[in-house]
Design a protein around this ligand. Structure first.
Ligand code: GLN
Length: 464
């Protein structure tokens, strides 16, 4: 069924870079035979569920490109830990989804393959960098998906496409086998059509891993536990919860439709029993420039491994090693990736280090402490996910700074290592220029305490 939907939708959407049809069908048939013999009693929790995987998460023997030409023929020898755990839980990997090259972008237009279209309106972008995963979930080309989030790449596409996206706490999910963008910020997380599905996926992939020294030894609870009890009806399921609506994420620079939807969502949370108060976070605007200094510095270091020797496509003209590096990187990496590597080198270079990298680290601490202090007074913070709903393909692709600004509301969560979830909360009615009104989804971002995913998922599920 899902493969048929893929065949029907892909000519328009381009959600996938690779489709794992044969292998997926073989696994499904094998499961059918198993069930025919043994019944369903002993099946693992995700048995037979087709999951789409962002193409920067390594899948054994299945091409993993990170959206880049330099990895166009890369066949990983092992599965990422998250993939091994999904397989252990019985999931079927249905394909690898499109993305901005190495996760660098907010619209999936920086994919070196083809841009993904938004299923809600194919003239618009699906967001990014996990745009392929978000589009695949929204168009029912998979049951659920994995994305990765360095500065908003799970949450912003969830908002643009009207699905649920969860960025777990840094360290909750192993990064082993995730192609690194900025290692101190990167996290793998689920994208699905409901909060409960995200919780089920997180159950499968979370937990400490000897292959990732930054993965946390915090115990892994059943992430569905409070969701289950929340559905034992109460008229005020959020009674006793205090939520902070972040002042700086509303008002100037935010589309009126977005602000209306978020204020409406806040009223709905109140009607469910929560106390919602505005909370000012005066340092929050400092996060974006700090993020771009830190993420690009880390990226410049992480991407130095693509040298034509150890990984990927090699271009070797006559002329020796230097020429080989130059041509391999010159042809294999796209323009946005090159821009970011150059900016990262600049920020890290002697003489500029104190002015950029060191200062950005200090700002990171400031932003983090402000968020943690707010979360000592509130159970969760709520904000819009991005200043606008999905924009048109091409609208921002020639203006990198305009694109970077769209990440204002998501990057502080990564700088602070906190978990956050986006749930659909309304829609914007936009005129398409020829007199027709189109409805575009808007997502509410809820930010929780470190390792507080159970409580975060409960709030999101109650809201949903
Ligand atoms: N849009 C942000 C960036 O380009 C975030 C990307 C991400 O989370 N991978 O850096």
């Amino acid at each position: 069924h899902y493969l048929e939907t893929i065949a029907r939708m892909e000519p328009v959407l381009n959600s996938y870079i690779s489709i794992n049809s044969e292998d997926a069908l073989a696994q499904a048939h094998a499961l059918d035979s198993h069930i025919a013999k043994e019944g369903t009693a002993s099946l693992p929790p995700l048995a037979g569920i087709p999951i789409a995987i962002k193409d920067n998460i390594c899948t054994r023997g299945l091409r993993t490109t990170a959206g880049s030409q330099i990895l166009r023929d890369f066949l990983p020898k092992t599965d990422a830990t998250a993939i091994a755990r999904l397989r252990q839980a019985g999931a079927i990997i249905i394909g690898k989804t499109n993305m901005d090259e190495f996760g660098m972008g907010s619209s999936t237009e920086n994919s070196s393959y083809k841009p993904t279209r938004n299923p809600c309106d194919p003239e618009r972008v699906p967001g990014g960098s996990s745009g392929g995963s978000a589009a695949a979930v929204a168009a029912h080309e998979c049951a659920a998906a994995l994305g990765s989030d360095t500065g908003g790449s799970i949450r912003q596409p969830a908002h643009f496409c009207g699905v649920v996206g969860l960025k777990p706490t840094y360290g909750r999910v192993s990064r082993s086998g995730l192609i690194a963008y900025a290692s101190s910020l990167d996290v793998i997380g689920p994208m699905a059509s409901s909060v409960e599905d995200c919780a089920l996926l997180l159950n499968a992939i979370a937990g400490q891993d000897p292959l990732d020294s930054t993965s946390s030894s915090q115990p892994v609870p059943d992430f569905t536990q409070l969701i289950k009890s929340a559905s034992t009806f109460s008229s005020k399921p959020l009674a006793g919860k205090r939520l902070g609506l972040v002042t700086q994420t509303l008002g100037q620079g935010v589309d009126p439709e977005v602000e209306v939807a978020i204020r409406e969502a806040a009223r709905h949370l109140e009607s469910l029993g929560a106390v919602v108060e505005e909370v000012p976070l005066p340092n929050s605007d400092l996060g974006l420039p700090a993020y771009y200094v830190l993420a690009l510095s880390e990226a410049s270091s992480n991407l130095s491994r693509y040298d034509g020797v150890r990984y990927g496509a090699r271009v070797s003209p006559a002329g020796g090693l230097g020429e080989m590096y130059t041509h391999t990187r010159g042809q294999g990496l796209g323009p946005e990736v090159k821009r970011r590597i150059l900016m990262g080198y600049y920020a890290l270079s002697a003489g500029y280090y104190d002015a950029y990298y060191k200062q950005a680290q200090q700002v990171r601490t400031l932003v983090r402490e402000e968020m943690l202090s707010a979360l000592s007074q509130y159970d969760a913070l709520v904000t819009p996910t991005a200043p606008s709903p999905a924009y048109k393909v091409g609208e921002k692709s020639s203006d990198p700074l305009a694109m970077y600004k769209g990440d204002l509301m998501t990057v502080n969560v990564n700088l602070s290592g906190l978990p956050a979830i986006v749930v659909p909360c309304g829609s914007a009615s936009i005129s398409d220029g020829s007199g027709n009104q189109k409805s575009l989804p808007i997502g509410l971002q809820i930010i929780g305490r470190a390792f507080g995913e159970v409580e975060l998922l409960e709030i999101a599920h109650t809201y949903e």
